[in-house]
Design a protein around this ligand. Sequence first.
Ligand SMILES: CC(C)(COP(=O)(O)OP(=O)(O)OC[C@H]1O[C@@H](n2cnc3c(N)ncnc32)[C@H](O)[C@@H]1OP(=O)(O)O)[C@@H](O)C(=O)NCCC(=O)NCCS
Length: 184
Amino acid sequence: MEIKRYEEKYKDDVRFVCLNSNGPCKLNEKQQHLILTTYCDYFIEQEGNNCFVAVNKDDKAVGYILCAENYDKYKKIFRKEYLTRFRKIEISSRITAGVSSFFQAMYKKNYPAHMHIDILPEYQRLGLGHKLVDALCENLRAKGVKGVCLTMWSGNEKGGSFYKKYGFTLLSKWLITDVFALKF
Ligand SMILES: CC(C)(COP(=O)(O)OP(=O)(O)OC[C@H]1O[C@@H](n2cnc3c(N)ncnc32)[C@H](O)[C@@H]1OP(=O)(O)O)[C@@H](O)C(=O)NCCC(=O)NCCS
């Protein structure tokens, strides 16, 4: 297993991981569109240089860490080019997509970057998560970025345990959302 910087050739693998990191995807087409647009496509299409993949021996990406290094830049492009993709879907989809942004905006001063990490089930708990965060941190530090945050569904025990073990700080808990962050 190897950690590599994201390249276009991994796009389909990354989109697959995004939908299947908690087991085989049971979402309908509309829901898949929402998840991919909100948590995946912006990052790989606009900030591939801030994204890393874990690849297996067949050079297939089985996990990733995706990051937007500056919240204001992300907001501008996401709102204009990605959030608008939900106009033809129901309003609740747009609201879901907006919740994460609310927290990222709140903490952007100390944590201008935000990230998403996912690994296919059969490759979890092998240390890849730690290696992916290491790769991202090194990349962000080299750019002078001060810190990175993320939002997580508070029922995600695996994720919560992982972030605490790595050294992330739990910044806040609000309804069903936990906000974790790491300062450099
Ligand atoms: C959360 C995730 C990214 C962690 O990556 P990973 O490669 O599995 O984690 P690592 O092997 O680097 O670190 C292992 C630690 O992560 C946590 N962890 C990973 N899998 C776990 C599991 N099945 N149950 C409980 N804790 C788990 C534990 O803290 C574990 O330490 P331990 O083995 O000493 O208990 C990965 O498990 C994953 O993709 N999960 C599903 C999707 C997800 O929840 N993404 C985060 C959304 S915010």
